[in-house]
Design a protein around this ligand. Structure first.
Ligand code: NAD
Length: 393
């Protein structure tokens, strides 16, 4: 008997759509037929389609109609309406991070510096609820594209927690680098926040995931975050910041540093850091300190391969590692960055879940817990780091 062939539709034709399309080539649990792409940037979509020999759609509804599974690779502010539209048609939906958020009040004068964090939290939670409700009404399911969950190191740690029935006591983790290239990033109304949501969502989701897994093993219920204490800072916008030219500095009204302390309902904790202030390539790591083991998941950079070259230009055509400032000297070059970061495993798992109905590891519950924790953290930061409740959606 042949494999099921699932029809894949792309919404958005930018950076994320490109790496989704590449990762799709590694899906082996099902067959995949790409129906086509729809994007508001018609020219970009036409080029995306031409380069890959796929059809370009001028209507999102028609693309959804023709597909079994939709990849939402659009800016965060558009996620909710697109995800709801896909679920209303009873299709499965893969949605990029962050799940949703608060993107201002639509006024010209809106500033990410001054709005009420309480209002931001309320709006973000309402958005999550509408997405979760749409999923309950639908035959389709939400697949939250948090690639860290599918990183082989994170899945190996899941196996350790499951098989040893570990109690996870303290998690710490980080995503940081020298700053985002995207000019849209750094404006609250487009990105829903700064380092905390853009980068912190990755280690935060992984930390919450490990506690979900632990609870699932113990009594079938996820262990949830219940409160958060956070500080955020905008160091590259300080009058005293001395720009040496290596860090990006184009952020308009968002933070470039965030630190978050999460308390879970069983009394255990996680400490997570996100920032745009770190030279030397992207730092993606998470540590688990449990009652019976300790693990470091070192997604990038790591020393699985090392290389030396005396001059940068020798490696001008060689991809070394994400966001490194120089290729000269010793580098922790990645032989397959997408593999370490879980992109390929993520899509294979989603297509398998769409085909078989099996459990989705990175599901809507994880997505909603992450958003609830992030916007409670922004409220905590507004209050100087005061402990702030995280709602259970
Ligand atoms: N998991 C990761 O590591 C990772 C990395 C980068 C980006 N992302 C996420 O991917 C998403 C997209 O980011 P990107 O970097 O690809 O942005 P991008 O600007 O490169 O591409 C966005 C695309 O969406 C299209 N678009 C915008 N509004 C639309 C709408 N209403 N309907 C249809 N198309 C629309 C644009 O025309 C463009 O083609 C974001 O949520 C981002 O956070 C995730």
């Amino acid at each position: 008997m042949g494999k099921t062939v699932l029809k894949a539709g792309f919404i958005g034709s930018g950076f994320a759509a490109r790496f989704h399309y590449n990762a799709l080539q590694h899906v082996f649990s099902t067959g995949v037929e790409v129906t086509g792409v729809y994007s508001v940037a018609a020219e970009e979509a036409a080029q995306f389609a031409a380069e890959r020999g796929i059809r370009v759609y001028d209507s999102m509804e028609a693309l959804i109609e023709d597909s079994d599974i939709l990849h939402v690779c659009t800016p965060p502010v558009t996620h909710e309406p697109i995800v709801v539209a896909v679920l209303e048609k009873n299709r499965n939906v893969i949605v990029e991070k962050p799940f949703t958020g608060y993107f201002g009040d639509g006024s010209e004068s809106f500033s990410g510096e001054t709005f009420s964090r309480e209002e931001g939290l309320k709006v973000a939670l309402d958005s999550c609820r509408r997405m979760l409700d749409a999923e309950k009404r639908s035959k389709g399911r939400i697949m939250y594209a948090e690639n860290w969950i599918y990183a082989p190191a994170v899945q190996k740690e899941r196996e350790i927690i499951e098989k040893t029935k570990a109690q996870v006591l303290w998690i710490n983790g980080e995503q940081s680098h020298s700053g985002s290239h995207s000019l849209a990033y750094g404006q609250w109304k487009l990105s829903g926040g700064g380092s905390l949501i853009g980068k912190g969502c990755h280690p935060l989701s992984a930390a919450i995931y490990f506690k979900h897994v632990e609870g699932r093993v113990r009594n079938g219920e996820p262990i949830r975050p219940v409160s958060v204490s956070a500080r955020t800072h905008a160091m590259t916008r300080m009058p005293s910041f001395q720009d040496a030219g290596y860090l990006k500095t184009h952020y308009r009204d968002v933070e470039d540093f965030a630190i978050v302390h999460v308390l879970f309902e069983d009394g255990t904790v996680a400490d997570l850091i996100a920032n745009e202030l770190s030279l030397g390539g992207t730092n993606n790591w998470i540590r688990v300190n449990a009652n019976n083991h300790r693990t470091l998941c070192n997604m990038s950079h790591n020393d699985s391969m090392e290389t030396f070259t005396p001059k940068d230009e020798i490696y001008q055509d060689v991809y070394v590692v994400e966001k490194t400032e120089t290729k000269a000297g010793w580098s922790e070059i990645s032989p397959d960055e997408g593999w370490f970061l879980g992109y390929q495993h993520e899509l294979d798992a989603f297509y398998k879940a769409a085909d078989t109905g099996c459990r989705i590891e990175s599901n809507s519950k994880l997505a909603a817990d992450t958003i609830a924790t992030i916007y409670s953290a922004y409220l905590s930061a507004e209050r100087g780091g005061q402990e702030t409740k995280v709602m259970n959606l």
